[in-house]
Design a protein around this ligand. Sequence first.
Ligand code: SAM
Ligand code: SF4
Ligand code: SF4
Length: 342
Amino acid sequence: MPLTDALGRPLSSLRVSVTDRCNIRCRYCMPEDDYVWLPRASILTFEEIDRLVGVFCGLGLTKVRLTGGEPLLRQQLEHLVALLSRRPELEDLGLTTNGILLARSAERLRAAGLRRITVSLDTLRPDRFTGFTRSARHADVLAGIHAALTAGFASVKLNSVVIRGFNDDEIVDLLEFGRSRGVEVRFIEYMDVGGATQWSLEDVVSRREILATLGRRYQAIRPLAEYPRSSAPAERFALPDGTTFGIIASTTEPFCRTCDRGRLTADGMWLLCLYAEGGVDLREMLRSGAADQAIAARITEVWRERTDRGAEERVTAPRRGALYQLASLRADPHREMHTRGG
Ligand code: SAM
Ligand code: SF4
Ligand code: SF4
C-alpha cells in the first residue's frame, strides 16, 4: 500500500533546499537588509541529504527538486546531484535557480545527472532587474539560460513571478523570449508566503488577468488537459503554433487537493506544506543515530495525519495580507520562503 496522507495524497515529491543563502534580494522574497541565517553547523551534508532522500524513496518518493536560497551557492552541488541521480526510484531530478552562477556550472550539473532545470527570470530589462533584486547581474542570468540550453538538459523552463506595476507589462515579452528559445515559461502569481512582507492583494496579477493579456495577443489559447489532473502546480496552455506555457495560480485558484509535495530545509526540517507553521526535525533524528527504519516510521506517522491545504485556506483568510510580520520571521527563519525553498 503506498503511503498517503489523511486526504489520500501520496508523498511523491520533495523540494530540497540546500542553502538558505542567496546572492540577490528579490523584493517579493528577501526585501530586508539583514536576515537571521541558519547556523552553519546545522546545514546537512550531501551525504545526510542523500540518506534522507533514500528513506523518502522507500516510502514512494519519485521526484526531487533542488532549491534554496540560491542552490548554486552551495559549493560542488554536482556531487549531491551525482549521489541522488544514482537512486533508481527518482524518476525526476530538477533544480530551480536564479541563474546568476549557472553559466559556469551548467555543464557539470548536466554531466552529474541533473535532467531538468528551471531558471527564475521576472524581467528582460536590466534596469528593472537591478531595482528589483539589488543586483546588476541580469546579463549573467541570460548567460546562464543560454548555457543551460547548450548543455543538453531534458527540460529548461523559466519561472516568472508577475507583480502589478513591476513586470505585468512584460508578460508577452517573456513568453516571446521563451518561445524564441524553445523554453516553456511559467507565470507565477505573487504569493503571500513568509518573506513576502510587502505583499498585498492589489499587487497580485491573477491567472485570469495573465490569460486575458495573452489572449489579446495570441487569440486561440488552448488549455492542455491533463487527466487525471497532474499533481504539478502549473496549469499548462498552448498557443496556436504549439508553444506551451504554464500558470501557477497558487494565490487566487490554488489546487491543494492533489499536492504530493514535502519540503526539506537545508538544516533538515521537513515541512508538510509551503504555508506550514512548523515541521519535523529530521536532522535531530539523523545526528542522534536513528536508524533509517525509525526515520521512515516517523515520516509515515506524520504524513498519514497530514491535512494541510495552506494556499486554499489563505484564499478565505479575512483581510488577506502578508502572512508574517518581520518579528516572527526573525524569531523563526524556517518561516522564510528563502529557507523553505519556494
Ligand atoms: N533562488 C532560486 C530561484 O529564485 O529560482 C530558488 C529558490 S526561490 C525561493 C524558488 C521560486 O520561488 C522562484 O521561482 C521564485 O520566483 C519563487 N518565489 C519566491 N517568492 C515568491 C513569492 N512571494 N511569490 C511567488 N513566487 C515566489
Ligand atoms: Fe530571489 Fe530565489 Fe533569492 Fe528568493 S531565493 S531572493 S526568489 S533568487
Ligand atoms: Fe501543497 Fe501546501 Fe502548496 Fe497547497 S499550499 S499546494 S498543500 S504546499
